[in-house]
Every structure is written in C-alpha cells, then in structure tokens.
Ligand binder design. Structure first.
Ligand code: ATP
Length: 420
C-alpha cells in the first residue's frame, strides 16, 4: 500500500522546486500555500490543487518567494537556487521591445527559432516565452517543427497555433484550430525532401495569416525545433530559418551549433547563446517512445478532460489511403526533367494488408490525390485498430462518429496500440 506523502517547501525568491513523478499510476498534487509561483511561464493560482501523473518532470519557479505543498510520491524533489530564468526573462524583454517597435512601425514582430541538441529544454523555453508574451497581452504564433514529439497534434506532424491564453498547467496550450501538416515519421531524416517541403508550406501559410492578422503579426512567431543538429540535421535547421525568415535564433547549450549559425546566417539574424537549465531531464529512447505513445493516447482519449472516441468498421474499398514517397531511383533512370528526389514527395496508393494494424492515418482536407495533398493541412487522425483481410474491412478508432470523410487518408509510420 502506498502511503500518501506530504512535503512542504519554502522557496526563496529566484529559486525553483523541481520534481518528477516516475512510478506507474502515481499521482502528485501540487498546491501553492502562500506567495506567487509559475510553472514554465504559467502563473499558479494560490490554493488550487494541480495534478501531475507518471512521467511528469516539473519545475515550479518563483520570482518573489512562496511555499509549495506536494502530496503524493515523487521520484525526486529538490529546491534549486541556480536557474537561467533571469536570462530567459531578459530574452523575453528584448523580444517585447521588438514587438513594441513592430507595432509603432506597422511591421512584423520577432520571428524566433529555438535550437539545440536533444534534452536541453527547447520545448520548455518555447513554452515560457509564449506564456510571457501572452501574459503581456500579445497573440504570438507557436510553431512546432519537432516531429519526434508533436506537441501540437500528434508525433509525425508539424504544426502551428495562435496562442491566445497561457498554457494550462495540466494540459498545455489550447489546441483549438491548429494548422497541422503530415510528415508520417518521427525524425526528419526519414524523408528530408518531404520535411523541407512541408516546413516551407507552413511558413508560407503563416506569412499569409500574419498579413491578415495585425495583432498576431506584431506579436511574432516562436518556433520549436528537433534536437538533430549535425550534418543533414543542421541543413534542416538552416532551411527552416530561411523559410520562416527568422530574426532571432536562440541556441541552447551548444557552442558548436552557435558558432556554425553565427558563421552561416545573414548578418541581420541575431544568434544568441543561452545556457540550459540544470533541471532539464535527459530521456532515454524508451522514455521518448513512451512520451510519443502518451501524446497519441491523449489525442484520442484526452488528458484531464476525457474524450470518448468512436470505433467502427469501414470497407477498405471505401477508403483512399496513400503513403508519401515512392522508392527513389538513381537520377539516370528518371524521365527527362524529373529528379530522383521528386519520388520522395509522390503519393503512392496503399492496399489492404495486416501491416496497417495499429497505424495512424492522417485525414487530409484534400478530396482527391491529385489535389495538392502535401500542401493541404489536416483535419485530424484516425487509428487502424484491426484489419480483417477476409471481409476486407478495417476497424477504425476515430474522434468523430462514422462515416469517415471521403477525403484522402495519409499513412503514418507511427503506431498506437489501443488498449484503453
Ligand atoms: P527534445 O529535443 O527531446 O524535444 P527539449 O530540448 O525540447 O527535448 P524539453 O522537452 O523542454 O527538452 O525538456 C525535457 C524534460 O525536462 C521535460 O520533461 C521538461 O518538463 C523537463 N524540464 C525542463 N526544464 C526543467 C526544469 N527546470 N526542472 C525540471 N524539469 C525540467
């Protein structure tokens, strides 16, 4: 039997309480007893209980001092006095100045890209800067290019959100009307051609939206990226910087990357080196896979607010399923005027087979394969939970009741075992 542990921490100004919830089915409840504190940039309400579950790695930071109570079993919990929060706040202040000038000059606000190796706190810094901006009354655009984690929508996608209120402590940023594009793999290296194509497309659409939304335009964009920074990974980053026409690149904890970007970026791009927080927790590949799985489960079943997805059978012949990328041939074997790389962004029809079981299918807004499918954003996702080769049917887990829209479905490499 687990006894409920009660811990109380008194935090001095400029310090943070870090804790992790590791054991399975464990729940930790956090409450601010006195003073003021924030969690990755979102203010915590005094006296309100917040729940954290298995896998949570959390920091409660205070600018003014506070008392925090934790109920439940934590794997680790300690107070750290050394944090880079003042540096991050200065970055926010500099971005805020750029927003003020943008407003006065009717220009575009800062477009910021956060880069660095894996596990340095890129997603966390993105969240903090977005939260600070929205708390100042701004409406920044949050872009996530990290296909490995998929903070917006599910892993295997890139996307963008207009941030209108601070992230909820337990559920993150509100996912209303995100703009999402299909990639279908958990690393850009699986299909660089496709990755760069959709990054350019997302950048184009955001530029158009900013033209029509002055508030968002002056508030700017904050872009989170993948932790792949060497070789082709570096080229992917510089391509994204160019596509989004970034003004500021924040490099977390990697001097080599900082120097390379300083060397290669045009002079008007400010490349800034930032320390990582000592609290950022390294994750093993198993933990990453578990986080990916949890993201997909949340998509179908919700996190704090439960969702009730539908399950139904569909005839395979009623579906238009495609995967992106045909096997590529050497350039010498290609028809005149075509590059071998073009094959990587071709749609290939997928036939019924047991290999579809557990796979995610992206529901495109494109009605037919000859519509510009890759450049069209997604309506959502379904998951194939069973394949019946005899009846030629698939059992589908879907957020919407039947029927499935008669649009193009794109096969993802990502799998989800529905044992809810
Ligand atoms: P990746 O490249 O894998 O996406 P990342 O660089 O974006 O990683 P984050 O996801 O921001 O890193 O952070 C890794 C983990 O560390 C997260 O679970 C986050 O909640 C936790 N974390 C970040 N900052 C702190 C902190 N100051 N104290 C405790 N935990 C933290």
């Amino acid at each position: 039997m687990t006894e409920v542990q009660l811990q109380e921490f008194k935090l001095d100004p400029d310090s943070e309480l870090r804790f992790e919830v590791e054991s399975k089915n464990e729940k930790v409840v956090l409450e601010i007893k006195s003073g003021y504190a924030e969690l990755f940039g979102t203010e915590l309400v005094k006296g309100k209980p917040y729940e954290f579950h298995t896998g949570a790695k959390v920091a409660v930071f205070t600018w003014h001092g506070c008392t925090v109570e934790l109920r439940g079993r934590t794997e680790v919990s300690y107070v750290a006095k050394e944090t880079p929060m003042v540096v991050y706040l200065n970055v926010h202040a500099a971005l805020e100045q750029q927003r003020v000038s943008a407003e006065q000059e009717c220009a575009r606000g800062p477009v910021v890209m956060v880069v660095g190796p894996g596990d340095v706190g890129k997603s966390t810094l993105t969240r903090i800067l977005l939260n600070y901006a929205v708390r100042m009354g701004r409406r920044p655009i949050y872009v996530d290019l990290d296909v490995g984690q998929g903070h917006i929508s599910v892993p295997g996608t890139i996307g963008a959100l207009l941030v209108e209120r601070p992230a909820s402590i337990e559920e993150g940023f509100s996912q209303q009307a995100p703009l999402v594009y299909h990639f279908g793999h958990s690393s850009p290296g699986e299909n660089l051609e496709l990755y760069n194509t959709i990054v350019s497309r997302l950048a184009e659409v955001i530029a158009e939206r900013c033209d029509n939304n002055k508030k968002a335009s002056t508030s700017g964009v904050i872009i989170n990226t993948c932790g792949w920074i060497k070789g082709a990974g570096y080229k992917v980053l510089t391509h994204a910087a160019q596509a989004f026409e970034v003004d500021v690149i924040l490099v977390l904890d990697n001097e080599r990357l900082y120097n390379e970007l300083k060397r290669d970026m045009p002079k008007f791009v400010k490349v800034v080196y930032l320390p990582k927080s000592g609290g950022v927790v390294e994750r093993s590949s198993t933990q990453r896979a578990e986080t990916r799985d949890a993201r997909i489960r949340e998509y179908f079943y919700g996190k704090r607010t439960p969702y009730y997805p539908h399950s139904f059978d569909v005839k395979f012949t009623d579906l238009k399923i495609y995967k992106v990328g045909a096997p590529s041939l050497p350039d010498s074997c290609m028809p005149l005027g075509m590059r071998a790389a073009d094959a990587l962004t071709k749609l290939v029809q997928v036939w019924a087979s047991p290999a579809l079981q557990h796979r995610l299918l992206a529901v495109s807004f494109a009605a037919a394969p000859d519509d510009d499918v890759l450049h069209t954003n997604l309506a959502g996702f379904v998951c194939v939970t069973a394949v019946d080769p005899e009846r030629q049917t698939l059992t589908i887990l879907s957020p919407q009741p039947r029927p499935l829209p008669s649009t193009v479905l794109l096969l993802s490499d990502l799998q989800y075992m529905d044992n809810h």
